[in-house]
Design a protein around this ligand. Sequence first.
Ligand code: NAP
Length: 527
Amino acid sequence: MITGKNYIGNNLSSKGTKQYNTFNPQLNIKNEHVFTEATAEEIDEAVHLATEAFKVFRSISKEKKATFLNTIADEILALDDFLIKTYCSESGLPEGRAKGERGRTVMQLRMFADLVNEGSWVDATIDTALPNREPAPKPDLRKMYIPLGPVVVFGASNFPLAYSTAGGDTAAAFAAGCPVIVKSHPMHAGTGELVASAIVKAVQKTGMPNGVFSNLNSSGIEVGEQLVKHSGVKAVGFTGSINGGRALYDLAAQRDEPIPVFAEMGSINPVVMLPKSVKHNYERLAKTYASSITLGTGQFCTNPGLILGIKGDDLTNFIIKLSEEIVKIDPTCMLHPNIIKAYDAKRQKAVNQDNLHVAAEYAEDVKTNYARQTVATVSGKAFIDNPTLHQEVFGPYSLVVECESVEELEAIISNLEGQLTGTLIAHDDEAAQYPEIVSALQNRVGRIIFNGVPTGVEVCPSMTHGGPYPSSTDSRFTAVGIHSIKRWVRPFSYQDWPNELLPDELKNENPLGISRLVNNKQTTEKI
Ligand code: NAP
């Protein structure tokens, strides 16, 4: 059932007066449920409960934490069709996508359950004492990761499940031992409440402390701002636009106690097409990229928004073929009228820039809230001179830059803003002939792809989803995969601490049997 209320810990609450509905972009009508925005008092209560819950949750056993995570996954699956229907009605996305994203969300929760159950992720590092060392004795030092405290998670409009309420940030924060307060995304508040109800059921079934999770409704930026400024909040996970992420990052930096904001933001994901490859494969590349640009109506942070090549007949052939292919694809629905409004405005702003040419734009009639896919072209020089062209146009849009030379191509890549991904398209041994291009690309991105497309983010330990600013606020961390847990922890050392008072992870006996670095040797042995 959707109540429209906030979850303040395990309790439903709606003390406020500000109300809103979600919107069905396919039907172009408001959805029926009315949501009540959280008040300042409710925000305070959620943070207070999270702070209290942290005292218990931070050191709960790894088995209990794993059971909690697995139970959340079970409860999400138990929501069954109601969740899928709500997701579709609030996003305009098709059922197949909803089910796929639910599968990914459940998989992420179970992945973190396995990680904490195994236990070695805490990176236990032990240097035993050398009391007779000269000129001074060496103390016994033992280090491991410990959780930061209550974390606020902002969900993204384009991933109502996998990057929202029980998405990657929440799963990783719980795994780390941090309570989570979700600032629910207003576009999918019903999906958010259903998933929140699954988490609360899991809290109750597995005996987790009340307040380990809260879900706050909001229709504007105020709730998020209050949360980020709240002294009880110790870290923030954000997925969304550069403007939003940067505003919250600045707010957190201005606090008396600044806190980390891990913001995963927009990106234009440059694709570098080397000359031989364009010559030999332009038809196949055009088809592949027409699909990638329009996938999910272009509403992916890894959408290929920028294609870079060397000017000439081959690149012209590619542009012509890409233009033919992309308009053959039926337009699809965007997430919300505000998203299509922003898409149209940003696309219009881009195509109005001097020296920019529209190569393809879907010209037939489209349904309300459906996006017209667009491909534009520009010279390398015009691109370098105009930062507006470097901005993300969130939707099925891509800009092809025709560079005069390899040197200009390298200069463009080197001066690009930080990106989540970079793709290199090369024929046979062509990549080896352009080491400076590869190295320039590597310097600007978090993940480099060879002869593929940037859309599609595999969830596995070796994935880096993040990159130099502004694709993320801290390029040292990934937002996807098990290592994303490191955003919610800090290293902590015990010096000469009595063995019986140490956490199990650091005790001589190694009762958890985890892998540890003991006197510079990785081992599961006891000391
Ligand atoms: P958004 O407009 O930035 O909104 C994200 C959330 O932040 C919303 O809940 C929004 O609240 C809140 N917010 C925005 N500005 C704020 C501010 N100044 N102060 C406080 N809260 C603020 O982004 P979106 O439309 O949901 O998502 C689309 C964007 O996300 C695209 O740019 C896409 O590339 C990016 N994205 C990135 C990743 C990644 O992993 N890097 C993944 C998915 C999406 P309100 O809605 O209430 O204003």
